[in-house]
Design a protein around this ligand. Structure first.
Ligand code: 6PG
Length: 241
């Protein structure tokens, strides 16, 4: 694993730096493999990045969009990660509909949706049983509680080792989420973290010893590159250490 930590002066600088890295990784993936597979983060922090990407003219035919996690709501619901990314970026540019791979949330049973999406990933990446896909880029954030994607503290999803996709649980509300092993097979994982409220969790995530069940973002130790992009408000303690 190659771990890079950068503390940027403010959120705008964080977004610009994220944009530069994502554009670079997209170009490199297409040059090397003819396509780029990128999994998006939800929440509020990445939205300005998506809006910036919408202003770029990229080879949309060669880019495939997935989501690292999803709230169990329809895409037109205000809480939908798919809906947010479509509004900010994907529906603003000429993405072929077949290149968008949202997590299904229609089935009354989230476990069925998780299996459905797992099958879609196995087919798309032409995986053998037990194999994990290698995404080119996986974007992540963290919550004030140290969760990432929809891998929440003290939940069953943290123990899943043999699946690609599983059911997350946020205070009893179902989510669909990539598992930690899938995320750790990525070529590049990019955390974008902004705001002082994230400092206590970051201190534990970066601590030599702490409990992964309490701070699930600690589980993210990818084989490839691990980028932590923090704004000053979030990263000031790390910058001092
Ligand atoms: C989600 C996300 C989640 C998010 C963090 C940070 O669906 O909520 O995928 O893991 O990245 O909660 O959210 P903010 O960027 O809003 O702080």
């Amino acid at each position: 694993m190659n771990k890079i930590v950068e503390v940027l002066p403010d959120k705008d600088a964080l977004i610009q730096r994220s944009l530069a890295i994502v554009l670079d990784k997209i170009q490199a993936a297409i040059a090397e493999r003819g396509r780029c597979t990128i999994a998006l983060a939800g929440g509020g922090t990445p939205r300005p990045l998506y809006e910036q990407l919408a202003t770029h003219d990229l080879a949309w035919d060669n880019i495939h969009i997935f989501w690292g996690d999803e709230r169990y709501v329809p895409a037109d619901h205000p809480d939908s990660n798919e809906g947010m990314a479509r509004h900010a970026w994907l529906d603003q540019v000429a993405f072929p509909p077949a290149n968008l791979h949202p997590m299904p949330t229609a089935n009354p049973d989230p476990a069925v949706s998780a299996s459905q999406h797992e099958s879609e990933l196995q087919q798309f990446f032409q995986l053998q049983p037990g194999e994990f896909p290698r995404f080119d880029i996986i974007l992540l954030g963290i919550g004030d509680d140290g969760h990432t994607a929809s891998l929440f503290p003290h939940t069953e999803a943290l123990q899943v080792r043999d699946r690609l996709v599983t059911v997350g649980n946020k205070d009893g509300q179902p989510r669909i989420t990539f598992t930690a092993p899938l995320i750790n097979h990525a070529r590049t994982v990019l955390f974008m973290v902004a705001g002082a409220s994230k400092r206590p969790a970051l201190a534990q995530i970066f601590a030599p010893v702490a409990d992964d069940n309490i701070y699930p973002a600690r589980l993210i130790q990818p084989e490839g590159e691990l980028w932590w992009l923090l704004d000053q408000a979030a990263g000031q303690d790390l910058r001092r250490s």
